[in-house]
Design a protein around this ligand. Sequence first.
Ligand code: FAD
Length: 196
Amino acid sequence: MKTNTKILKLCSNKIRNSTRNLTPEASELKTQYDAIVVGGGHNGLTAAAYLAKAGKKVCVLERRHVLGGAAVTEEIVPGFKFSRASYLLSLFRPQVMEDLKLKEHGLRYHIRDPSSFTPLRNSNKSLLIGHLDMKKNQEEIAQFSKKDAEEYPKYEHRMEEIVKSIEGLIDQEPFYLESDASKMEALKKLYSYYKI
Ligand SMILES: Cc1cc2nc3c(=O)[nH]c(=O)nc-3n(C[C@H](O)[C@H](O)[C@H](O)COP(=O)(O)OP(=O)(O)OC[C@H]3O[C@@H](n4cnc5c(N)ncnc54)[C@H](O)[C@@H]3O)c2cc1C
């Protein structure tokens, strides 16, 4: 909750600082809303939802016909829906899901197994990787390199360790590095996360 109050404060400050020299139309909007968020991508929508949850009247302005920014799903080919860019939820903070009751609003997520298919041009080979079953990943990689296939579990383990060590940082307030003392504090905090 402490983090979210800070997120809210940062949003409010940003909005307050960006409302100088307004046109008449913008001034009118300002009287109707406490906050105007330009861009309905997932960051804009999240900020708007937190502000609304805190009782603010919020207006989200999106220039496209659909909300979601890079995380949008669209029917590019008739009958087929695509994630246009962003589709992984690995950075989606559980606290945000909880605060905004996203599951109650219909959020569902699916584990990808396997997660990635790489066809090769001018070849019959392809790489289907990201299986939950490590053996299958190794079999796929072995088509190209037996040595890499053997090393792959070590590589995955190393990546997991790195992720674990920095994940805690994501929910933290950004460090303010204005003085040497706050730099030292930031370094100490960082050190406690980076225990690989
Ligand atoms: C190819 C690709 C793949 C990615 N894959 C992942 C992934 O799998 N998982 C992940 O977590 N992240 C992924 N990312 C990163 C993620 O997409 C971005 O971090 C995220 O989209 C940023 O969200 P945002 O709301 O800040 O901006 P955006 O998603 O870019 O949204 C900005 C919105 O603002 C609107 N807008 C801009 N200017 C104006 C204006 N003047 N007036 C009105 N509206 C405006 C735009 O139309 C858009 O809807 C990927 C990014 C790319 C490019």
